[in-house]
Design a protein around this ligand. Structure first.
Ligand code: NAP
Length: 282
């Protein structure tokens, strides 16, 4: 709830939202930046989005983050969308500017910054297999395709969604869709394999999005999941010699970019990462 009247409020809306690690991480950033701002998670049902925005207007809320399941629905209530949000088709960050609510998507860029920070790679030479075609896959697929990766193969349980995404990204790079069960050759020939599904996430930690046996030492295995860290799939990939990249860096960087949108200042990424990792281990 919007309780602290003495501080400015930045909110996180979602349903459920109480488990989110974002408040710990973002409040640490605000504290270190010397901002008198509190980041507050607010549980909002889909039919409450309009009244939530009205309430934010009344309270002078200057921005908010959006998480599952509202990243698409919120777009109906905003005044403007920046290009990334429009092309990805989802919003995770909203800024109040000149009285207007403006939607951004920082997930994809957050992912890319984290990947580049942790793994040495040349994006233009990477052959990518993207597992999944949900909201996170759209953000990640969009930035990778725009960055000019050599080839993008998309595979998803619901193939139609993979086909829509592949089509949307085909103006940036060559794309292809394959059935999930038939991905072995494409995976083995690729260099960067990214799990954007929730398969392997706590509490269902004992499953993998694709067989670990498909992975080899020429791969970069990247999993958007940050709990557990690493996932069973990443552990297996590492045992087979792959370089691995886990989801916490994306969570930190997408938040840091959101903070930049709200306050036009750099966020303390390292402190945010420490706060997140500490909170994940509690
Ligand atoms: P979403 O829009 O609901 O998409 C979920 C994806 O997972 C879809 O591709 C879905 O396939 C697939 N999936 C779900 N259960 C499956 C199963 N049992 N077998 C095979 N595929 C399954 O969710 P999202 O927002 O994209 O999030 C996906 C994951 O990314 C979550 O684990 C989330 O925590 C993580 N994430 C991490 C960050 C970060 O900062 N690190 C940011 C955003 C998301 P269908 O299309 O067939 O349903």
């Amino acid at each position: 709830m919007l309780t602290n009247q003495s501080k400015e409020i930045i909110a996180l809306i979602g349903d459920p939202v109480s488990h989110s690690k974002s408040p710990v991480m973002v409040n640490r950033a605000f504290q270190e930046m010397g901002l008198s701002v509190q980041y507050v998670a607010v549980q909002v049902k889909t039919n409450e989005l309009k009244q939530t925005l009205d309430r934010f207007n009344e309270k002078g809320v200057k921005g908010f983050n959006v998480t599952i399941p509202h990243k698409v629905a919120i777009m109906n209530y905003l005044d403007e969308l920046d290009q990334s949000a429009r092309e990805i088709g989802a919003v995770n960050t909203v800024v109040k500017a000149d009285g207007k609510w403006i939607g951004f998507n920082t997930d994809g860029l957050g992912y890319l910054q984290s990947l580049k920070e942790e793994i040495e790679l040349d994006l233009k030479r990477e052959r990518v297999v993207l597992i999944g075609a949900g909201g996170a896959a759209r953000g990640v697929g969009y930035v990778l395709a725009q960055a000019g990766v050599q080839h993008l193969t998309i595979t998803n349980r619901t193939q139609e969604k993979a086909e829509v995404l592949a089509n949307d990204l085909s103006s940036f790079t060559t794309t292809e869709v394959i059935p999930l069960q038939e991905g072995k050759t494409a995976v083995q020939e690729a260099t960067l394999i990214i799990n954007t599904t929730s398969v392997g996430m706590h509490p269902n930690e004992d499953v993998t999005p694709i067989p670990v046996e498909w992975m080899h030492s020429g791969h970069i295995a990247s999993d958007l999941i940050y709990n557990p860290r690493p996932t069973k799939w990443l552990k297996g990939a590492k045992e087979r010699g792959a370089r691995i990249h886990s989801g916490e860096g994306m969570l930190v960087h997408q938040a840091a970019i959101a903070i930049q949108h709200w306050f036009h200042r750099q966020a303390p990424v390292e402190s945010m990462k420490k706060a997140l990792i500490q909170s994940l281990s509690e």
